[in-house]
Design a protein around this ligand. Structure first.
Ligand code: ADP
Length: 395
């Protein structure tokens, strides 16, 4: 069965068609600048030439129409008709406390996703638009929601509660939710598979280090803590997000510069992180590795913060068996991984094999055979994880 995986943002839409039985990618692509001048669709059939078309996409429904057209195109398409698509798996960012796993989307589920818009005002509305557009164009095809927050719903309350008046949790559900759950889920399971050990027996720390970055602690098959919070702003230093800081800084900046809370939130989400630390040099880690003082300053702070979370989660789980690196930086940056592991984690008995540690974008054990903790590089594959969860619900 072919599963269409849709990741719908406010002005872009990524898609993949995956054969659920063989888990092979059939085609993938991207619609950009939806609702803006100059919109285009990029379509890449597996093993074929990439096709880029500039077409007007005033809304997401139009974008999905082009996606379906590209998939079924007589010459360059990959399926004969839409009947060959068995289900659609949608990435949904925030499921609040309502969803601890993927679910078939019904009107009630849509209502529950709508109820979480407060918690993810940029993402959930776009995700819902994607669902509506697919429903309109693919009547009768089951839609499945796979939530970024679901994997973290197993956290105990001591991990998800903030130390603020409890009534804020009761009244507004202010708590830690965590994100990138599909990635943490996929990578932690893959780690157990690669090591040939039962998932339920392991203490795993997953470092998802991309433009957005988060760490999770997975103990005996359950996520027990994660670094992102009510929103993706908390935790690690990211491309443009600050991660953890003293909340009093908000008032301080507000007083100094007469900024509103909204304006300061924009600074913390879009102008901070390694971009801010490097004095505006770049949010892209490749640019920071150019030997400049500014880049080095940002990279050092990033490594320290990440190492501190690893230490914290080793404590939270009373030990750690495996540390995994994934996402753009985790999969590719030899230097960042080395600073984290070699500068800070020796006390855990970690040894790094310098030759193996040169790996980029491939599954590899990068620790030495005698290392007390295994260190693995595992490319994440959120789309495959979404396709698997979708298939499990509809087959
Ligand atoms: P997201 O999905 O959060 O946008 P990704 O997981 O795709 O992010 O990661 C993107 C980041 O990965 C880029 O900002 C870039 O800094 C980093 N990256 C990609 N390739 C490399 C590389 N070879 N070396 C260092 N960093 C890299």
């Amino acid at each position: 069965m072919n599963i269409l995986v849709i990741n719908c943002g406010s002005s872009s839409l990524k898609f993949q068609l995956i054969d659920a039985e063989t888990e092979k990618l059939t085609a993938k692509g991207l619609c950009e600048r939806i609702g803006i001048d100059g919109s285009q669709i990029t379509f890449s059939p597996a093993g074929g030439e990439k096709i880029v078309r500039q077409v007007p996409m005033p809304d997401h429904k139009e974008a999905i129409r082009y996606v379906l057209e590209a998939l079924t195109d007589e010459k360059t398409g990959v399926v004969k008709s839409l009947d060959e698509i068995g289900a659609v798996g949608h990435r949904i960012v925030h499921g609040g406390e309502s969803f601890a796993e993927a679910t078939i989307i019904t009107p009630e589920v849509k209502k529950a996703i709508e109820d979480c818009i407060d918690l993810a005002p940029l993402h959930n509305p776009a995700n819902l638009i994607g669902v509506d557009a697919c429903e309109a164009l693919m009547p009768g095809v089951p839609m499945v929601g796979v939530f970024d927050t679901a994997f973290h719903q197993t956290m105990p309350e001591e991990a998800y509660l903030y130390a603020i008046p409890y009534r804020y949790y009761e009244q507004y559900k202010i708590r830690r939710y965590g994100f990138h759950g599909t990635s943490h889920d996929y990578v932690s399971h893959r780690a157990a598979e690669l090591l040939g050990r039962p998932y339920e027996d392991l203490k795993i720390i997953v470092c998802h280090l991309g433009n957005g970055a988060s760490v999770s602690a997975v103990k005996n098959g359950r996520c027990v803590d994660t670094s992102m919070g009510l929103t993706p702003l908390e935790g690690l230093i990211m491309g443009t997000r600050s991660g953890d800081l003293d909340p009093a800084i908000l008032e301080f900046i507000a007083n100094k510069e007469g900024k509103s809370i909204g304006e300061i939130m924009t600074v913390l989400n879009k102008e901070s992180g390694v971009l801010g630390l490097s004095g505006g040099l770049s949010s892209d880690f490749r640019d920071l590795e150019n030997g400049s003082e500014e880049g080095a300053r940002a990279l050092k702070a990033f490594a320290l913060r990440t190492a501190k979370y690893i230490g914290a989660y080793a404590a939270a789980m009373n030990g750690v068996d495996v540390i995994c690196f994934t996402a753009g930086v985790g999969e590719n940056s030899v230097n960042v991984r080395a600073s984290i592991c070699k500068d800070y984690l020796g006390y855990l008995g970690i040894g790094i094999d310098d030759e193996a540690a040169k790996v980029r974008g491939e599954e590899k054990e990068i620790s030495t055979p005698d290392s007390k903790v295994k260190v693995l590089v595992i490319p994440t594959n959120e789309e495959l994880a979404i396709a698997r969860q979708t298939y499990a619900l509809v087959k």
